[in-house]
Design a protein around this ligand. Structure first.
Ligand code: SF4
Length: 351
């Protein structure tokens, strides 16, 4: 087993580019490979050749009174998703165990809704303590708006990260949601930070924002010391109020690079939309980002674990498990394009 990298909870490395330089990168004024080379150097400095795999568990789906335009679970969304209330601790435990057995570095529990009640927080705290203590697995929770007291209960249970995405810039926020504000989001992040919980907060790219909105979010996350930054690329599916997304793979790489260069020591995660928006440039993206999701997103399917492992191996990188990198990880079952099932005629004379 190769040793575990000590995890930071707050990003502290200064930004390496200014807002004007970030704009030049996003406008395509600097050649793509120069941008990737610079971002990749920082990625290697802080995260070597390791990739963290996160698995999401949607522990409560739908029944949400909020109206976030990018979300299929929003009030009146009519998306046809399966709605269910908070899973039992036993169900969540089984999901966490499966994620651990499948190679996840971190287990991310996500609930729909404006924010958890005191009772829900107590229930979540018990589950977090059990996953932490018995599986030794890192846990991230995304449960909406939190106050200082609830943040403290979760921290005491062993929660080391809380996810609450900024999603877009302050000036754009009221175009994507009317039931809560950008300020509400900041207040929650500040409550989690006060409780000494590492912050996970990112963006959704492709909701009609301008380049300056992306840049503002990148620098706001730096100001907050966010250590984990998921970059989601918007997938317009049935039920979303927003229905446009015009992203190219190159632009997605440029966005990832800007977030890396503004937040050099943060875990930059390729979030939702990796498969569809990055397409064949997914491997290039991994030289900028050091983390990704496997096995899908909240209400959309994504690459399975075996495809994700193949991607990591093709980049000559290694998956990082909670305990470090296990020897022989690349003996993980892989799928080859040249498997017999894909090319039966090549195998017909096989003895
Ligand atoms: S993002 Fe969260 S709060 Fe907003 S509609 Fe979806 S489930 Fe509700």
């Amino acid at each position: 087993m190769i040793a575990e990298v000590q995890e930071k909870t707050v990003s502290s490395a200064p930004s390496l580019i200014t807002e004007a330089e970030a704009l030049e990168i996003l406008e395509g004024k600097i050649p793509l490979l120069s941008v990737v080379a610079r971002a990749s150097e920082e990625r290697s400095r802080y995260y070597t050749n390791r990739v963290r795999i996160h698995i999401l568990d949607n522990i409560k789906n739908g029944y949400c009174p909020e109206d976030c335009g990018y979300c299929a679970q929003r009030k009146g969304g009519d998306s046809g998703i399966q709605e269910y209330s908070l899973k039992t601790p036993e169900e969540i435990w089984d999901d966490a165990k499966r994620a651990k057995d499948n190679g996840a570095y971190r287990f991310c529990m996500v609930t729909s809704g404006r924010g958890p009640t005191d009772k829900a927080v107590d229930k979540l705290a018990e589950t977090i303590a059990k996953i932490n203590g018995e599986l030794g697995m890192k846990v991230c929770l995304s449960a909406g708006i939190l106050d200082a007291k609830k943040a403290r209960v979760l921290k005491d249970a062993g929660l080391d990260r809380y996810n609450h995405n900024l999603n877009t810039s302050e000036s754009k926020y009221n175009e994507i949601c009317s039931t809560h504000t950008f300020k509400d989001r900041l207040t929650t992040l500040e409550a989690a930070r006060e409780a000494d919980i590492g912050l996970c907060s990112g963006i959704i790219v492709g909701m009609g924002e301008e380049l300056k909105d992306l840049i503002q979010v990148a620098f706001e996350l730096k100001r907050l010391g966010v250590i984990s930054i998921p970059i989601n690329f918007f997938i317009p599916i049935k039920g979303h109020a927003i229905q446009k997304s015009s992203l190219t793979p190159e632009f997605c790489i440029r966005v990832l690079s800007v977030f890396r260069l503004v937040n050099p020591d943060s875990e930059i995660r390729i979030g939702a939309g990796r498969e569809g928006h990055l397409g064949s440039l997914q491997s290039m993206a991994l030289f900028v980002a050091n983390s990704l999701f496997a096995e899908g997103y909240l209400n959309v399917k994504g690459s399975e674990m075996v495809q994700t492992m193949n991607l990591i191996r093709d980049c000559s990188m290694v998956p990082e498990f909670t305990e470090g990198v296990p020897e022989g990880w690349d003996e993980y079952e892989t799928q080859s394009l040249y498997d017999e099932k894909n090319f039966p005629e090549l195998y017909k004379h096989k003895k």
